[in-house]
Design a protein around this ligand. Structure first.
Ligand code: ADP
Ligand code: MG
Ligand code: ZN
Length: 514
């Protein structure tokens, strides 16, 4: 590592008393087209390095690009889903700069002629006051098409970063994969909730892209990447409008690769910039790197507004000019708008606003939908996905999808609970087994010998034994202290190694002592 200086930070709430945060979010989404943006190479993730390359994506002399029609369609559908206008005519542009993972020495992108512009996405955030939720409208500046770069692998250092590495390798498989960059206008008015708004926006965008089926939106694999721009401006004096205060200098934190990190990175930058401004210094306009482990950002490279990329129209590609008929045909393929869908599902499932928000934050809407379709109750589906798996994923810094648990598994687990085979704590053990790769729920329950004692005979015997051994407690229950039965139930459960139905044990105990 170069410099790991810890920078001063101001307590978050205190920072918010003096400053108003403004954000700009740039999200890059890799499209899931079978082939690359300008050539026929495959795009599959995780292939042998440099096995998915050709003269076009390696930038060899004389190679000529051809636009991927499917990628253009996806771009238009994304634009429409974000309520953008679609350009009737637009071009690609060359963004010139050198980087070892970019063999052409320019990135084919779009500059002043994006395919989609002037849209918005409504995201749900906790209300400023009270427990409810409210809608925050995120204005979209543009969504444009470009290509991804290759990937550098730094070998020999401790951190995997270039500092301290012995040598670097470049894998061009990713070079030329279609990307859509979605850029917001400066987001003002979020105040204290800025980090939550940032996270909710990326989550909403991810859900939308998933519903569109245009990307596999895996942040941990880099198919959805977020750069978070943050600036602070002084709080407006009493009586004057905050919107009249000019925007401060922004920093751009690159590649923040989980929803949780988006929230943390924005929050950290607010605290850090407040300390800079409090000292009377200026915020440097620069890119910054987010460090997941330490929860801080560190300085990257300085960046001026008019970075000299010498953009110019790409001469090797024809302009993209979708006809109104094409646009309307694509509009007809849009899924139900997520906000509408959310309201419909919330009603179907009978969730409170707070419960629905948890589900949304956990990115578990689709999972729950599939789990309910597979036969689970909505309450059980929510409990297992958000109460259990999302919580674990968050604690372990993993994605819920990585556990290998499917909606069918959860429906099966719920079935085992509802049929009376498992109680809650046994179901948790079964889930542990499923996560550990021991098989499906029934298989795990069988293998681990998890089964509630079904026959009342065994339960009754245990109850009798516990009552006899705890005569004093039993007497309290007889005398009307029903709460005392809890201790007896605990003993019975212990007696049966947890494999009893606690409700039934309680019934039996009360019947015997009643
Ligand atoms: P760059 O080329 O530097 O990445 P972009 O225009 O692609 O610039 O993105 C800049 C992002 O930062 C946009 O989302 C924009 O709305 C946002 N932004 C611009 N000015 C500010 C500011 N002062 N504070 C916070 N965000 C800003
Ligand atoms: Mg940008
Ligand atoms: Zn290629």
């Amino acid at each position: 590592m170069a410099t790991a200086v810890t920078e001063d930070v101001v307590d978050y709430d205190e920072a918010l008393e003096r400053y108003d945060p403004v954000m700009g979010l740039e999200v890059h989404v890799e499209l899931n087209t079978a082939t690359k943006m300008f050539c026929g190479c495959a795009t599959e993730f995780g292939a042998e390095p440099n096995s998915q390359v050709c003269p076009v994506c390696l930038g060899l002399p004389g190679a000529l690009p051809v636009v991927n029609a499917k990628a253009v369609e996806s771009a238009i559908r994304i634009g429409l889903a974000l309520s953008c206008q679609i350009a009737p005519w637009c071009r690609f542009a060359r963004k010139n700069y050198f980087y070892p993972d970019m063999p052409k020495n320019f990135q084919t992108s779009q500059y002043d002629e994006p395919i989609a512009f002037e849209g918005h996405l409504d995201v749900e955030v906790p209300a400023a006051i009270g427990d409810g939720t409210e809608i925050f409208r995120v204005e979209i500046e543009r969504a444009h098409m470009e290509e991804d770069t290759g990937k550098s692998l730094h070998v020999g250092g401790a951190t995997g970063r270039i500092h301290g590495a012995e040598y670097s390798l470049v894998d061009y498989n990713r070079a030329g994969i279609p990307l859509i960059e979605i850029v917001t206008k400066p987001l003002t008015g979020a105040g204290k909730r800025a980090p939550e708004v940032a996270k909710a926006y990326v989550a909403a965008l991810r859900d939308l892209l998933r519903a569109l089926g245009v990307s596999d939106v895996k942040m941990e694999q880099g198919s959805l990447r977020c750069d978070a721009n943050v600036s602070l401006r002084p709080r407006a004096a009493a009586g004057s409008e905050q919107e009249t205060v000019p925007l401060g200098t922004r920093t751009e934190t690159k590649n923040v690769n989980s929803l949780r990190s988006v929230e943390r990175a924005v929050r950290y930058e607010i605290s850090r910039q407040a300390a800079v401004l409090d000292r009377g210094d200026r915020v440097t306009q620069e890119t910054r790197h987010w460090h997941e482990d330490t929860g801080v950002t560190t300085s990257g490279r300085e960046k001026s507004d008019a970075e000299d990329y010498r953009y110019f129209p790409e001469p090797d590609l024809v302009p993209v000019a979708p006809t109104p008929e094409t646009v309307e045909r694509l509009r007809a393929t849009l899924p139900e708008p997520p906000s509408q869908r959310r309201r419909r599902l919330q009603q179907d499932w009978g969730y409170s606003d707070l419960e629905m928000r948890d589900v949304m934050n956990a990115g578990a809407v689709e999972l729950i939908e599939e789990t309910v379709a597979a036969g689970a109750t909505p309450a059980a589906a929510r409990k297992w996905w958000t109460g259990e798996l999302a919580r674990r994923a968050n604690a372990e810094g993993r994605a819920v999808e990585d556990f290998g648990v499917t909606p069918a598994h959860i429906a099966e687990l719920d079935g085992l609970v509802r049929s009376g085979r498992l109680n809650d704590s046994m179901a948790r053990q079964v889930l542990d087994g499923v996560v550990a790769g021991e098989g499906g729920p029934t298989e795990v329950a069988d293998a681990r010998g998890l089964e509630l004692v079904q026959d009342d005979g065994a339960l009754e015997a245990a109850v009798d034994k516990v009552i006899a051994a705890n005569a004093d407690v039993a007497q309290k229950v007889r005398d009307g202290k029903v709460q005392a039965a809890g201790a007896l139930i605990g003993q019975v459960m212990k007696e049966l190694r947890g494999q009893a139905d606690a409700g039934r044990a309680r019934e039996l105990i009360l019947a015997k002592l009643g």
